[in-house]
Design a protein around this ligand. Structure first.
Ligand SMILES: C[S@@+](CC[C@H](N)C(=O)[O-])C[C@H]1O[C@@H](n2cnc3c(N)ncnc32)[C@H](O)[C@@H]1O
Length: 228
């Protein structure tokens, strides 16, 4: 079994090709638009795209006049992001991101994790640290696999490690890895434990199947009061 980051390094080129070819229908028809909307409705000036991959979301936000910083732990993906457009990108693993001190506190209006939170404790550490990165009523947006989609026949609905078999992807991806499955209530508990207050939970639907394409969570720092 590969470590998660090793797996993404091994699959980086294929991932770029799959996105370029628009082969992930749920992204094209549902989840890309959903996450852009979930971000832009807060009119942020500066967004941290953590686990930005080849940078499509940063590019989409920049086209709408929003400044971005993209970070990812895979050199090939960060290289690709830098080649493809303006914008600030940094090669940083999530482990490094948790400890980073180069940005001033409360630097960002919003932090987004789009389909990149696969760990158990590291995800907890990231969400706790993310409180330091955003200003007092800053937002956190997480888009992730909807837990019902990964609820295989007979599988109990409970947290636990699962093997990523790449079943939903069109090409031959290699280096399977283990990721930590969370139920919806576990995501909400985790947010609260990490000092985030739920603002909105959405379940974007795939327009062809009518099934959830993702779980999309927006939160703000707990104890700061709503600011619409
Ligand atoms: C499914 S891709 C999503 C990329 C991008 N957010 C998007 O929407 O296309 C998952 C991303 O998470 C990144 N990632 C996973 N674990 C990481 C870690 N420990 N540190 C930094 N990046 C990580 C991978 O390199 C990959 O770019």
């Amino acid at each position: 079994m590969a470590a998660i980051l090793e797996s993404w390094e091994a699959n980086a080129r294929q991932w770029i090709e799959v996105l370029d070819a628009g082969e992930l229908e749920s992204r094209r028809l549902a989840t890309n638009g959903s996450v852009v909307h979930a971000i832009t409705r807060w009119r942020p000036g500066l967004v941290l795209d953590a686990g930005c991959g080849e940078g499509w979301l940063c590019r989409a936000l920049r086209e709408l006049g929003i400044d971005t910083v993209g970070v990812d732990g895979v050199p090939e993906l960060i290289h690709e992001a830098r080649m493809r457009g303006e914008g600030h990108y940094e090669l940083l693993t999530f482990e490094e991101l948790v400890r980073q001190a180069q940005w001033p506190a409360a630097y960002f209006d919003l932090v987004v994790f789009n389909f990149c939170l696969y760990e158990k404790e590291l995800t907890r550490n990231l969400l706790q640290s993310a409180r330091r990165w955003v200003f007092p009523s800053g937002r956190l947006v997480i888009q992730t696999l909807h837990p019902f989609v990964a609820l295989g026949t007979g599988r109990p609905y409970e947290d636990g490690w699962q093997v990523e078999s790449w079943a939903g992807l069109p090409r031959a991806f290699s280096h399977p890895y283990k990721w930590y499955y969370r139920t919806i209530s576990s995501w909400l508990d985790l947010l609260a434990e990490c000092g985030w207050q739920l603002v909105q939970m959405e379940e974007p639907l795939h327009p062809k199947t009518g099934r959830p394409a993702s779980l999309l969570i927006t939160a703000q720092k707990a104890g700061q009061g709503h600011r619409h």
